[in-house]
Design a protein around this ligand. Structure first.
Ligand SMILES: *Cc1c(COP(=O)(O)O)cnc(C)c1O
Length: 374
């Protein structure tokens, strides 16, 4: 665990360290490794991985870096409870459940329907184990109504409302976790742990990981190009929305520390890869299944069909087109790889609210293969 002074972002910008609320949850820096065997399979001698799957002792993933700032803010605001939302299998909802629980905060997750997969079952059970209150929402309007109703009720009762954490933790406060991650990478480049990447491939969901990295890399003076690989429909994560999130996060950083460089992006800075989504969010593709199989066989790392396997499949695509051979390629692994089976073993799904039982009673999608997490 790091102390405050030790975050690379705070070392560069000490004023941010003084002004931002932050609670250490992650095990940082996460390792960078060269994927020699997997790289050889696709003729990429310079394929590397950033192991954010190991970002937490009990639960890793990209969500931990965001939660250090988000839950830091919750504690600073003296919130006793956080409310977040996402799809039924949301990794973010699970990460929030685990780390809120660790800090003694109540967590409520409002969850939307999604296509079924083994990881959905696992995440629901684990969230329940970590004492998150799970609520099922039929659709977005229903979700907003539930949030609005809760806040109105608290107001009438004169009670403090819980802190609301947006989907994926991707508001400016959460995004700063990935601004810091870019500074962390810079230190690893300086230390010679990895050559400066030409390209960084990362899944594009609620956009925080990509946007944070893009801001951080520019601010840190690295030339690496982020390739956000779309895993969710464009209406949820458009270039316009990415630019808005980048603008808000940049303004917040400059406001807190005027020495933080003003970063301006144009549309052309966002090179979103659109051809790996397949039929839609959380719907697995043959290509992603193949990518996950290769990673499991050659590196022993498990990818997720909704996110990381799709991002890795973009690397396979580009390797296939032979446009990466002389490039330093970094695959930023965003999925947790810590074992949660102790948390879910022996839990009966019937202890969940009944709206969630269907994920356990209905079949999972056909492509949910053994290469994925179960
Ligand atoms: C949430 C998530 C992402 C998406 O990151 P965003 O910051 O939401 O774009 C990628 N990979 C995994 C495994 C995730 O859970």
């Amino acid at each position: 665990m790091e102390d405050q002074e030790n975050l690379p972002l705070f070392r560069e910008f000490p004023m941010l360290g003084k002004k931002l609320s932050y609670v250490p949850l992650a095990t940082l820096p996460t390792p960078v490794e060269r994927l020699i065997k997997a790289g050889a399979r696709i003729d990429l001698p310079n394929l590397y991985i950033k192991r954010d799957d190991l970002s937490g002792k009990h639960y890793g993933s990209n969500k931990v870096r965001k939660l250090e700032f988000l839950l830091g803010e919750a504690i600073q605001q003296k919130s006793k409870e956080v409310v977040t939302f996402g799809f039924a299998g949301s990794n973010h909802a699970l990460a929030t459940a685990i780390y809120a629980n660790q800090l003694g905060l109540q967590c409520t997750s409002l969850l939307l329907p999604q296509v079924n997969a083994h990881y959905v079952r696992k995440n629901l059970l684990a969230s329940h184990f970590y004492k998150s209150r799970l609520r099922s929402c039929k659709n977005l309007p229903h979700l907003f109504l539930m949030i609005f109703g809760k806040y109105l009720f608290d107001k009438i009762k004169g009670r403090k409302s819980p802190m609301l954490i947006p989907a994926g933790g991707s508001c400016p406060t959460g995004v700063i976790g990935y601004v810091n991650a870019a500074f962390e990478l810079k230190e690893q480049v300086s230390a010679g742990d990895i050559p400066e990447p030409d390209r960084i491939y990362v899944p594009l969901g609620s956009m925080g990981t990509s946007v944070g990295l893009m801001i951080g890399l520019k601010a840190a003076g690295l030339k690496s190009q982020v390739i956000p690989v779309r895993v969710i429909e464009e209406k949820m994560a458009s270039v316009k929305k990415m630019m808005q999130l980048a603008g808000k996060t940049g303004s917040l950083l400059c406001k807190l520390d005027p020495s933080f460089p003003a970063i301006n992006f144009t549309k052309n800075d966002f090179i979103v890869r659109n051809n790996c989504l397949g039929p839609g969010y959380a719907r697995f593709t043959e290509k992603a299944v193949g990518a996950a199989d290769l990673m499991r066989k050659e590196a022993g790392i498990i990818l997720n069909g909704t996110y990381s396997a799709k991002a890795f499949s973009a690397i396979l695509d580009d390797a296939d087109k032979r446009i990466l051979q002389d490039k330093i390629v970094l695959f930023w692994n965003t999925y947790n790889s810590r074992d949660l089976s102790a948390a879910t073993a022996g839990l009966d799904y019937r202890s969940l609210p009944k709206e969630f039982h269907r994920y356990f009673e209905e079949e999972v999608q056909q492509l949910d293969s053994a290469g994925f997490d179960r």
